[in-house]
Design a protein around this ligand. Structure first.
Ligand code: ADP
Ligand code: MG
Length: 255
């Protein structure tokens, strides 16, 4: 952290600490993409990770989900060190993610895409949970029920994002990590998506790590915010205090 790092007191945060990311550094070859990143996420909290293109947001999610090995630091989830675990193991621990670009299986149906989200659960668990999970997903996204038999690549952008989110929920996560869910969506769809994330947190008890370039949309629903710049946390604070700060508004929210 440098002198210019702007930090708000963390006293306003409630809930039990669920995820701790401590001093993470990560590289692509010799190029450093994350520098000593430290953050935490409490249960049933929405934490937004903001920052411009290339700031390191996706890299942070890749490290969290086990897709990229970090060089330094530690990740602790529900008190357990999960640093360096493989992606399947991370999902089994209860962390599901919606990757940048959604990565759906286009020629497969909506239904099959959803079922694939449960592949990390063992057979017995899948049997127990699938129906209830599908019910929850249709409650959140009624349109997916109407589209069950349709190929994923025939859905609109907004519907595809819903499907990607639904697929992640099939793994029965307690923590959902999303990489720019608003990307490419019309403003009204962005608002709907953000409302749904809030519902997941309030009604279904999930905690959410929300990576967004759309700072305005994300901060509306976030409890706490970290702003990354060139791989470092430059600003952190309660969402309301960041929204009320005029200089931060100008620097990061275009207003
Ligand atoms: N696969 C990769 N190989 C090499 N460099 C990468 C790769 N992915 C990202 N980077 C670099 O790492 C930095 C952070 O990228 P990224 O995490 O994708 O940023 P963001 O998601 O905030 O836009 C950038 O400088 C980017 O060019
Ligand atoms: Mg990215």
């Amino acid at each position: 952290m440098t002198d210019s790092t702007y930090s708000q007191p963390v006293t306003s945060r409630t809930g039990e600490c669920q995820l701790r990311i401590d001093g993470i550094s990560a590289f692509y070859g010799e190029a450093q993409a994350l520098r000593d990143v430290t953050l935490r996420l409490n249960s049933q909290e929405i934490v937004a990770i903001l920052g411009s293109n290339g700031a390191g947001k996706s890299t942070l999610l890749r490290v969290l989900t086990g897709l990229l090995k970090h060089r330094q630091g530690r990740i602790t989830f529900k008190g357990e060190d999960i640093s360096g675990k493989e992606p399947d193991a991370v999902i089994k621990k209860g962390i599901a993610s919606v990757p940048e670009g959604r990565e759906l299986f286009g020629p497969m149906t909506v239904h099959d895409n959803l079922l694939l989200g449960a592949y990390t659960l063992d057979k017995q668990k899948r049997k127990e949970l699938n129906d209830a999970r599908l019910k929850m997903i249709f409650d959140l996204f009624p349109v997916l029920r109407d589209r069950l038999g349709q190929r994923a690549d025939t859905l609109s952008g907004g519907e595809q994002q819903m499907l990607a989110l639904g697929r992640a929920l099939m793994a029965n996560p307690v923590l959902l990590a999303l990489d720019e869910p608003s990307l490419g969506l019309a403003p009204m769809m962005v608002a709907t998506m953000m409302k749904t994330l809030k519902r997941l947190c309030k009604d279904y008890g999930l905690s959410i790590l929300l990576v967004e370039q759309n700072a305005k949309a994300a901060i509306e629903i976030a409890d706490y915010v970290y702003i990354l710049e060139r791989g470092e946390v430059r600003v952190e604070g309660a969402a309301c205090s960041i929204m009320d700060d005029a200089s931060l508004q100008r620097a990061y929210f275009g207003g």
